[in-house]
Design a protein around this ligand. Structure first.
Ligand code: MN
Length: 182
């Protein structure tokens, strides 16, 4: 199953399990009804930022929308738009551990602003290769390879690559979720 198909199915089943209408889901996630419908019908691929809004509205980990890697298979890549930001989950989500760990590549000129994640989320970004600019609150930080930043993921933040080469970084998202099953 491709990533868009999997995502569409996950959104439909989450919504059905909660008994949420499209209107209610739009209210809770801040994503328009039209866009939600398109995603569910696999007519449109959301950006990483939009998918985060949906995950936050449902109070589920981001990785829930990404097909878990089959044993021995290559890892799935979430790459919905223009290959500007590519998100690869490094491990399947574990309810006991309550964190997601992603390898993220941001292309030169790439910029992604994230609306606040679930309350209590703490995000840890560590640059593996290249240079990353991050805005948290009103402040910009420049991170070189080997440098990290920990910040409150439940506040708006921005990832930007102002260099002329790809930047690869890891993002560890620690959730304060009580339980992620619907
Ligand atoms: Mn984030």
């Amino acid at each position: 199953m491709d990533i868009a198909h999997y995502l569409a199915q996950t959104l439909r089943s989450l919504r059905a399990a909660r008994g949420w209408s499209l209107s209610h889901t739009a209210e809770v996630t801040g994503v328009s009804k039209a866009m939600l419908g398109q995603i569910e019908r696999n007519e449109s691929s959301p950006t990483v930022a939009t998918l985060w809004k949906i995950a936050t509205g449902f109070n589920v980990p981001f990785s829930l929308f990404i097909e878990p890697p089959a044993s021995g298979a290559t890892r799935p890549v979430f790459d919905p738009q223009q290959r500007q930001m590519v998100v690869v989950p490094l491990f399947p989500y574990d309810e006991q551990l309550k964190f997601d760990l992603f390898a993220i590549t941001l292309a030169p000129g790439g910029c992604s602003t994230s609306t606040p994640h679930e309350r209590g989320v703490v995000e840890h970004v560590v640059v593996i290769d290249g240079r990353l600019d991050m805005q948290t609150g009103a402040q910009w930080h420049t991170l070189q390879a080997g440098e990290g930043l920990r910040f409150a993921g439940d506040e708006r933040h921005t990832y930007r690559n102002s260099s002329d080469a790809d930047v690869l970084f890891h993002s560890l998202i620690h959730y304060a979720l009580q339980g992620v099953s619907e």
